[in-house]
Structures are given as structure tokens and as C-alpha cells.
Design a protein around this ligand. Structure first.
Ligand SMILES: [Fe+2]
Length: 308
């Protein structure tokens, strides 16, 4: 069993219907799929990988050696206890937004990542239009919901992460299991160093590295908007003893002010008032809950935000 790999370019040809169906299946049965021929120039992807690697070496590697995770793990090993590190991740991460501080030392990093982010945002919007169509929603429905209207207010971020070699990979995760809070997530993962796994029918499955593919997964808000047709699914990153895994995840999330609820067309009439599985809430409130409960099941988050 492997995460579906879908040729996105076939949306524009004779195989459109088949490709739409593959994406519907990826959304409904998996919550994860990989896009190839997605239209992002390979040359740009190669530059992204290059600047990300240089950035880690130049601006992060030293910091990571002095990080809390490294200290916690070495303390644990020294104690010779049988415990594992349950509240830390073996990860180095920064987040790029349109309006925060970006690294300055690595040549080409800022220009390359700005260009990459612009491309990825367009791809996210295309993927959302496919979801609209597959769900029977009007074109642009999901985008508008995440933007809280017609403006460009979605929260679009890019996490540049590295998972350095770990001396005791059995004692800590690269990133603990969670579902993503937001909308659509687009990941450029390492060409060789694996470690990302998703939970499928109770089993952890590798999201196999496939050079220059973009891995798509759906977050909690797509689950709500689709009234549960598209489930956000659990995933995690294993730590590895050798290899430094690069992972660049961009997320197209709602604006903090956007109100999120199931699309009325997707809610059965008799469920419209009572029995609704998913609440209606403001995304900023959801994120307050998520900040405390990221590594816990999502259902209590929906409950907590319903009560707010
Ligand atoms: Fe995630």
C-alpha cells in the first residue's frame, strides 16, 4: 500500500475525469497524495533544495546542537531510564510568512523562497478548485471560505524544517503524531531521507520520497468544510540515525477572522440544526485550542471550540 501518486498535468487533457477521480480518492480515502507534473519548474525546486541545505549549515546547525531537544535527550540517556521523550521533537524549524523576519545570511534564500511560495500558493488554489468540483461546490468556494470572503486574507505560511541525524531514534520522534490544523498543506520533502508516515486504517504507512513531487494533505478545516468527506489524518516524522531530512511544508490556512463551518450543501437536511458533527467557529479560536492540543486527537478540539 502506497500513498497515491497523481499526474496533475492530466487534468488538462483526455484523462481529466480519471484524474479528478484519483484526486477525489486521495482526499476521501487517504487525506494524503503526491502530485507530479504539478507545473512548478524543476529548476526552482532544485534551487529551493540548495538554499534550504545551505541555510541549515550556515544558520541553524550550530543552534540545533544547543537546542532543548538535544539537551533533553542527552539527559535522558545519562539517566539510563526506560522513558522516551514524549514532549519534544527532534526538529529544527523556522516559519516564513509574508510579514515576518526571514533569514538574511544565506545567499539567494529570500528571493528563492519568495518565488517558491508564490508558486505554491497558486498550486494550492488549483488544488482547492479541484476539491470544490469534486465536492459539488461552486468554483472558488473553499478559497473564499478560507479567506473569509473575496479578499486575499488566507494565512499562508511555509515551515522550513530539518530533522538532523539522531543518536537515539528510538527515544524521540522527529515530529510527534498530529493532524494539521489548517486547510491545504503542500510539502516538498527530502529526495532520499524518509521518515514521514501517515496513519491509514490504523497502520502507519511511509509517505515514500519521490524527488520533486509535492505531497498534498488536508487539514482539520477541510474536514469541517467538507462535513467530514475529507478527513484530516494523523501523520508523524520518525527520527533517523543518519541523514538530515529536509522538509518544506507550506500551508494555506484560513484567515484568523474567517468563520468556518460545513458547507450547507454537504449537510443532510435532518442534520442541519441538531446532530451536527462539526461546529461553526472563528478560525482564530480554533488555533488557540490547537496551540494547547496539537498532539492530541482532533475531536476534543471541535468540542472545545463549539463551547466557545
Ligand atoms: Fe503536519
Amino acid at each position: 500500500m502506497a500513498v497515491p501518486v497523481i499526474d496533475f498535468s492530466k487534468l488538462n487533457g483526455e484523462e481529466r475525469a480519471k484524474t479528478m477521480a484519483q484526486i477525489a480518492n486521495g482526499c476521501e480515502e487517504w487525506g494524503f497524495f503526491q502530485l507530479i507534473n504539478h507545473g512548478i519548474p524543476e529548476e526552482l525546486l532544485e534551487r529551493v533544495k540548495k538554499v534550504a541545505a545551505e541555510f541549515y549549515k550556515l544558520e541553524r546547525e550550530e543552534n540545533f546542537k544547543n537546542s532543548k531537544s538535544v539537551k533533553l535527550l542527552s539527559d535522558l540517556v545519562e539517566k539510563k531510564s526506560s522513558e522516551k521523550l514524549e514532549h519534544a521533537d527532534w526538529e529544527d524549524v523556522i516559519t516564513l510568512l509574508d510579514d515576518n523576519e526571514w533569514p538574511e545570511k544565506t545567499p539567494g534564500f529570500r528571493e528563492t523562497m519568495a518565488k517558491y511560495r508564490a508558486e505554491l500558493k497558486k498550486l494550492a488554489e488549483k488544488v482547492m478548485e479541484v476539491m470544490d468540483e469534486n465536492l459539488g461546490l461552486t468554483k472558488g468556494y473553499i478559497k473564499k471560505a478560507l479567506n473569509g470572503g473575496d479578499g486575499d486574507n488566507a494565512f499562508f505560511g511555509t515551515k522550513v524544517s530539518h530533522y538532523p541525524p539522531c543518536p537515539h531514534p528510538g527515544l524521540v520522534k522527529g515530529l510527534r503524531a498530529h493532524t494539521d490544523a489548517g486547510g491545504v498543506i503542500l510539502l516538498l520533502q527530502d529526495d532520499k531521507v524518509g521518515g514521514l508516515q501517515m496513519l491509514k486504517d490504523g497502520q502507519w504507512i511511509d509517505v515514500q520520497p519521490l524527488p520533486n513531487a509535492i505531497v498534498i494533505n488536508t487539514g482539520d478545516q477541510i474536514e469541517v468544510l467538507s462535513n467530514g468527506r475529507y478527513k484530516s489524518c494523523w501523520h508523524r516524522v520518525l527520527a533517523t540515525p543518519d541523514g538530515n531530512r529536509r522538509s518544506i511544508a507550506s500551508f494555506y490556512n484560513p484567515s484568523f477572522k474567517a468563520t468556518i463551518c460545513p458547507a450547507p450543501q454537504l449537510v443532510e437536511k435532518e442534520d442541519q440544526q441538531v446532530n451536527q458533527t462539526y461546529p461553526k467557529f472563528v478560525f482564530g479560536d480554533y488555533m488557540s485550542v490547537y496551540a494547547e492540543q496539537k498532539f492530541l486527537p482532533k475531536e476534543p478540539r471541535f468540542q472545545a471550540v463549539r463551547a466557545m
